[in-house]
Ligand binder design. Structure first.
Ligand code: NAP
Ligand code: 12T
Length: 350
């Protein structure tokens, strides 16, 4: 590393669900930091957060906040990234953006290091972190793509509430208490803060994450479809997605069906192939009732895969179950990995 004292890092959205995990991950991974700026909206300005034994005061994010910043880690929502990422880049920072604002921009690399780490080299100041549901799926798919090629992907998700932020987690918890106490409930936020109607999440399953598009798919579903093609550099890969919110606090689960291009290996062979993939931990033994579950994934950076089995009718078709902590590999951990890739390739300006 050129600068052995570390870098000047700003975290935008430091008081949020993702921001909190970015701080934890930077610390756990010993990311070299010389100066740290913690940024939020006016609401949290003045709040104190301790990092590596030093107390920091959260500041309201402004364009000037990014003077002298080398790395900006953004997770404060798409509209804030649209406003502030260009300001940070203008001041010399590289922004790693966790929102959907720039992901499909042709100028912006969309990176999952286990799959397309080299893409960080093509950045123009902004690098996008994919959607949480996309990240864990492409990590699981990559070793299969390498060994057999992918012909088709169909996924249904079972997503945790923490993906929608800290307020959504509060809504689920309070509502669950109220339902158990037979009190009236008043949903305000889920499934989507800005949408017209709000529904009960406690003891329910809601087949809507993010707003609907005109084609009948939700934006979350379209993110999985479009981002998977972009990350895998395969614009003609057929991908279909159905995204569902469950009353789970943290840990997204997905049921994935794939058809491969070459051959029809036994499920055990496919399991060995997936086990060799980067970032994957296999938990798959039906005779011991072993399979990944959301609650077991919390706090861990791995992508957990199990229930690997061949389709009964389609010889090149396979099903599996993939689980990961949506705030870690789905967001904060992948963001920090991208920063580490930039360091490794010598791409951070002094
Ligand atoms: P959250 O818990 O609601 O936290 C939101 C954070 O953004 C807080 O720190 C908040 O500061 C800050 N913020 C809100 N409005 C702001 C403004 N006008 N200016 C500056 N900061 C502002 O949400 P979260 O779950 O951490 O998610 C934050 C964003 O990250 C989401 O909107 C989404 O775009 C992205 N995200 C991405 C993934 C992924 O799949 N990779 C997953 C989850 C979230 P205050 O404390 O001042 O309100
Ligand atoms: N609406 O990063 O609600 O595009 O779980 C991630 C999670 C958007 C994103 C969610 C969302 C994103 C959610």
């Amino acid at each position: 590393m050129a600068n052995n004292q570390g870098y000047t890092v700003a975290i935008l959205g430091a008081t949020g669900a993702v921001g909190e995990q970015i701080l934890n991950t930077l610390d756990k991974n010993n990311f070299p930091i010389k100066n740290l700026k913690l940024l939020s909206s006016k609401r949290s300005a003045g709040k104190k957060i301790t990092f590596r034994g030093v107390e920091y005061t959260v500041e309201e994010a402004k364009p000037e906040s990014f003077d002298d910043v080398q790395i900006g880690l953004f997770s404060a929502g798409g509209s804030i990234s649209k406003q502030l990422a260009p300001e940070a880049v203008k001041r010399g920072a590289i922004v790693i953006d966790n929102t959907s604002a720039y992901r499909m921009d042709q100028e912006v690399p969309l990176v999952v290091p286990e799959v397309n780490e080299e893409d960080v080299k093509n950045h123009n100041g902004i690098i996008a972190n994919p959607n949480c549901s996309t990240i864990q799926m492409v990590v699981a798919l990559e070793p299969i793509r390498q060994a057999y090629g992918l012909k088709r992907v169909i996924v249904s998700t079972y997503q945790a509430v923490s993906g929608a932020g800290l307020e959504a987690v509060e809504e689920m918890k309070e509502q669950s208490r109220d339902v158990l106490d037979k009190k009236e409930i008043n949903p305000q936020l889920l499934p989507v803060g800005g949408d017209d109607k709000h529904y009960q999440i406690a003891f329910n399953a809601i087949p809507q994450i993010d707003k609907f598009q005109e084609n009948g798919y939700t934006f979350e579903e379209m993110k999985m479809i479009n981002e998977t093609k972009k990350i895998m550099h395969k614009s003609d890969l057929p991908v279909a997605a159905t995204c569902v919110r469950l009353p789970v606090e943290t840990g997204h689960s997905e049921s994935v069906y794939i058809e491969i291009e070459n051959g029809s290996p036994e499920a055990d062979t496919l399991k060995t192939t997936m086990a060799s993939g980067k970032g994957i931990t296999i938990q798959d033994n039906p005779s011991e009732q072993k399979y990944p579950m959301a609650v077991d994934s919390v706090g861990l950076p791995d992508v957990f895969v199990g229930r690997i089995r061949q389709d009964l009718d389609q010889s090149n078709g396979y099903h599996f179950w993939v689980v990961s902590d949506n705030l870690l590999k789905g967001a904060a951990y992948n963001t920090v990995q991208i920063a580490e890739s930039l360091v490794k390739f010598g791409l951070i300006k002094e």
